[in-house]
Design a binder for this molecule. Structure first.
Ligand code: KIV
Ligand code: ZN
Length: 496
């Protein structure tokens, strides 16, 4: 292992699975492990074999099936845990026993109910015992960041003397800040690792203060060469360091970290989605690297810059993590973004139609937020068939029992005219008011409302076919308001 290689140790299947409500079956764990192998993480912590028969099965299934990554199982400093871990992982091509004990005063007093001497003794005996079974031993000092520093160094030295090759310094409760974690890790490097090339210093940071990734990265500067994390940052309480954020930070900021990693970054999104699907834990939209919006651009200024040169607003390419870049069409989008979306759909409009479509789009986006492809096509379809002689100013309707009334105001060649009418339903009443204003006998031949998007705020396309006494004419409109859209569609037909 070169001095400049950073080991990615993924604990999605152990610490990640400790998130409230997550209980993966052995076969689900295997699916995730296989995807983690595609992602080329170096170590997969498959579980805590002694914690339950089901977890043992999951660890064992993974150990049997994974080819390249090292398979680790967690074990307390108890012989039975160590034996169960070893039994589960010994079939793996590469296996690791991960032994841990708590070392902070508060944990030793209230959880272990043991003295420092007893804890030191347990660690020594357990690492020695594990080393007799397996070559690759990791030792973790749980709650290291709240542990008396001299005691921490002492116990880590004992673990190394007994054969541990990876020394983990967990920030179990997410208490550290980058500067104090850096100091702590420098001390561990100097006093425990020294010039011993076989020893790897590892981080395992929890995210209680939102600092897990920052703390882990800082540790690289203190000589840490293993980072433990979980996909999507899942784990106890506020979770763990996000494996995918570490991978991309190290890749993107080589100038800062200067270490190599084996990860296949293009598998990141797929891994994130699989973990989210099988754990039932959603990924927040704005989550770094894997969030739905991580490569989406909404505001007009951003879209404009991005379309000229993607690097104006992107520090990594979306395809490098398996994502796609997206221009989100919404109320903040400008003409450049709108034009780009039309270009992608191969829609060409003359200047007047473009301006008119853009106005319709802005009005709809104001109500709706994001405008999707179908809506865009419908907007253009509406504009292509409309002229602006008669416009809807307002429509209000009232419906009670079998009786409905409508009040409609139209702008007819620059003059506002209002009429009220009753009808058999709101749409009928509104159409009757329009006919009164325009003094037309046009009859409705067909009327269709089709929802273009799903959900309570769905956009509908409303198509009307009328007979004006001479010809059949078709009108279209796109709206989130069916009554308003219906009147616009009716006018669209009359205008033709
Ligand atoms: O957070 C922690 O300290 C742990 C150890 C078992 C490594 O998960
Ligand atoms: Zn943990």
């Amino acid at each position: 292992m070169s001095e400049d290689q950073l080991i990615i140790f993924d604990t999605t299947l152990r610490d990640g699975e400790q998130s409230p409500g997550i209980a993966l079956t052995p076969s689900e764990k295997l699916l995730i492990a296989q995807q983690l192998e595609k992602l080329k993480v170096d170590v997969i912590e498959a579980g805590f074999a002694a914690s339950s028969p089901g977890d043992w099965d999951g660890v064992n299934l993974i150990a049997k099936n994974i080819q390249n990554s090292t398979i680790a199982s967690l074990a307390r400093c108890v012989p039975d845990d160590i034996e169960k871990a070893w039994e589960a992982i010994k079939v793996a091509k590469k296996s690791r026993i991960h032994v841990f004990t708590s070392t902070s005063d508060i944990h030793m007093e209230h959880m272990l109910r043991k003295t420092k001497e007893e804890v030191l003794h347990d660690a020594k005996e357990s690492v020695r015992y594990a080393k007799n079974l397996c070559d690759d031993i990791e030792f973790s000092a749980q709650d290291a960041t709240r542990t008396d520093k001299d005691f921490l160094i002492e116990i880590l030295k004992v673990a190394v003397e007994e054969g541990a090759t990876t020394i983990n310094v967990p920030d179990t409760v997410g208490y550290a800040t980058p500067s104090d974690y850096l100091e702590l890790l420098k001390g561990v490097y100097d006093k425990v690792k020294g010039k011993n090339e076989d020893i790897i210093i590892s981080t395992h940071c929890h995210n209680d203060l939102g600092l897990a990734v920052a703390n882990s990265l800082t540790a690289i500067k203190a000589g840490a060469r293993q980072i433990e994390g979980a996909i999507n940052g899942i784990g106890e309480r506020a979770g763990n360091t996000s494996t995918e954020e570490i991978i991309m930070a190290v890749k993107t900021r080589q100038d800062q970290y200067g270490v190599d990693i084996n990860a296949e970054t293009t598998e990141i999104l797929e891994t994130s989605r699989l973990v989210s699907k099988l754990t039932g834990y959603p990924v927040q939209y704005n989550k770094a690297v894997v969030g739905k919006n991580a490569f989406s651009h909404e505001s007009g200024i951003h879209q404009h810059g991005y379309l000229r040169n993607s690097m104006t607003y992107e520090i990594m390419t979306p395809d490098s993590v398996g994502q796609e870049a997206k221009i989100i069409l919404g109320k903040h989008s400008g003409r450049a973004g709108f034009k780009d979306a039309l270009d992608k759909l191969n829609i060409e409009l003359d200047e007047e139609a473009f301006n008119s479509s853009f106005d319709t789009f802005k009005k709809l986006a104001d109500r709706k937020g994001e405008i999707v492809e179908n809506e865009l096509r419908a907007i253009v379809g509406q504009v292509e068939t409309s002229s602006s002689e008669i416009k809807l100013v307002s429509v209000s309707v009232n419906s009670k029992d079998q009786y409905a009334s409508a009040r409609v105001t139209l702008d007819v060649h620059g003059k506002e005219l209002t009429e009220e009418a009753e009808g058999d339903g709101m749409i009928h009443a509104a159409f009757t008011a329009v006919k009164k204003i325009l003094e037309t006998d046009a009859t409705l031949i067909d009327y269709r409302v089709e929802s273009i998007t799903k959900g309570a705020d769905a956009t509908a396309e409303i198509v009307t076919i009328i007979n004006d006494g001479h010809n059949l004419k078709q009108g279209r409109a796109v709206s989130t308001d069916v009554v308003q859209g219906s009147v616009e569609s009716f006018l669209n037909a009359l205008n033709r």
